[in-house]
Write a protein that binds this ligand. Structure first.
Ligand code: CMC
Length: 388
């Protein structure tokens, strides 16, 4: 291939230099801006982690309170966005609604195209982080035929989201604190994961200097697929299909003979237990204490046990990933399965934007434009259609 490197799937190509997220896949290590994910999940909040990812350091309490106000300032969406959402079919997939609605936001903020201006970038980042949960909750209310609940800026980021999802007009719904905490931890764990498929798309679209709403929509479309952020939905459907621990061995055999993939297992970078899955597994216990045990947990535990001892999975270093247990928690909280990829997109918005902002100030970055190895024919003679 001459001087070119042939690397399908980019298994060995660094597309950028970054100081945001560190992964050691062999050891199962994940750090945001140098802080181990375990420490952040235990001690931090999602808004604080968002600040960290975007600014490179933890905020002081004054900085955090300004940052929260900045986000709260933008949580409401234009009424015409609401009207546009009302035009979707009642059974539209929430991810489809999210992708097109956030793309539509770019038409409400045409100044977002001015991506070279750092102050303007900051404003669009705050807007996106603030509005994505509102739109996400609206997709759910739409599918239920319930009136949309507007954001309540007195609540934390995660609590406000649950409030917009589940409050009924005229009642005093109060999200359970244990569930709010679990959701906040899940948001922290999903906030960034260096150059994964959707983040690479965010950077690729951003590299052409498109506005961040359009780039977000592209990144979310990449996340939607079942091999990426759609895996949490696929896991729950798989566990439901298996239904009982007695059916697990047969299902695992079908995965081994190539008929199926064991969803929520395997990772391009982790060749060890995904540290996020370990934290989520612990978090599930706290949630089930409030909601009652999700019966599908037994199926998941049995799948993990059999797979971790089986030569097929051991040889290929296939371990549970972030998507394996997260859906069990979402389901226990009362979220519909089709909303699970949206639950990934809400916090990943922060990672996409942190990576986009980093790229916009990186002098090395140019428009992303990979090369190819051409295998087709050349210099053919054109045959008129009547002679073909
Ligand atoms: N079940 C059964 N076999 C698998 C699985 C699986 N989940 N994952 C990989 N393999 C096998 C694969 O068939 C291949 O075997 P062989 O060498 O015999 O051909 C080998 O393991 C290597 O797989 P690969 O497809 O080359 O690995 P990859 O790095 O290209 O793919 C992956 C990574 C995550 C797409 C893949 O493991 C997968 O499809 N997992 C299931 C979907 C999933 O859980 N995705 C969520 C990923 S984590 C969160 C996120 O990024 O969104």
């Amino acid at each position: 291939f001459g001087l070119m490197t042939y690397d399908p799937g980019y298994t060995n190509t660094a597309s950028c230099k970054s100081s945001i997220t560190y992964i050691d896949g062999e050891k199962g290590v994940l750090e945001y801006r140098g802080f181990p994910i375990e420490t952040l999940a235990e001690n931090s909040s999602f808004t604080e982690v968002a600040y960290l990812l975007l600014n490179g350091q933890l905020p002081t309490s004054d900085e955090l309170s300004v940052w929260r106000d900045d986000i709260n300032h933008h949580t409401v969406v234009h009424e015409n966005i609401k009207r546009q959402m009302e035009s979707f079919r009642y059974d539209a997939h929430p991810m489809g609604m999210m992708i097109s609605t956030v793309a539509a936001l770019s038409t409400f903020y045409p100044e977002a195209k001015n991506v070279q201006d750092p102050e303007n970038r900051k404003l669009q980042i705050q807007r996106l982080i603030a509005k994505v949960p509102t739109i996400a909750a609206f997709t759910f209310r739409h599918s239920q035929g319930h009136p949309y609940i507007y954001p309540n800026n007195k609540l934390s980021y995660s609590k406000n989201f649950l409030n917009m999802m589940f409050r009924m007009i005229g009642n005093d719904y109060e999200p359970n604190e244990a569930l709010v905490k679990a959701l906040d931890i899940l948001f922290i764990l999903h906030a960034d994961h260096e150059q994964n498929c959707s983040t690479s798309v965010m950077r690729a679209i951003g590299s052409s200097e498109a506005d961040p709403y359009s780039a977000w929509a592209g990144a979310a479309a990449a996340l939607y697929g079942p091999l990426h952020g759609g895996a949490n939905e696929a896991v729950l459907r798989m566990l439901t299909e298996i239904g009982h621990v007695k059916n697990v061995p047969e299902y695992v055999s079908r995965c081994k003979n190539g008929e199926l993939r064991l969803m929520g297992f395997g990772h391009r970078v982790y060749k060890n237990y995904d540290p996020r899955a370990r934290i989520i597994k612990k978090c599930a216990d706290d949630v089930f204490e409030v909601t009652g045990r999700n019966p599908l947990l037994d199926v998941a535990l049995e799948l993990e046990k059999i797979a971790l001892e089986d030569e097929y999975f051991v040889k290929r270093k296939l371990y549970p990933n972030v998507d394996f247990y997260s859906g069990l928690i979402y389901q226990a909280i009362g979220l519909p399965v089709s909303l699970f990829p949206v639950m990934f997109a809400i916090p990943r918005t922060v990672g996409w934007l942190a990576q986009w902002a980093e790229m916009m100030t990186d002098k090395d970055q140019r428009i992303q434009r990979p090369r190819q190895v051409y295998l087709g024919e050349r210099n053919l003679d054109f045959v008129p259609i009547s002679d073909r």
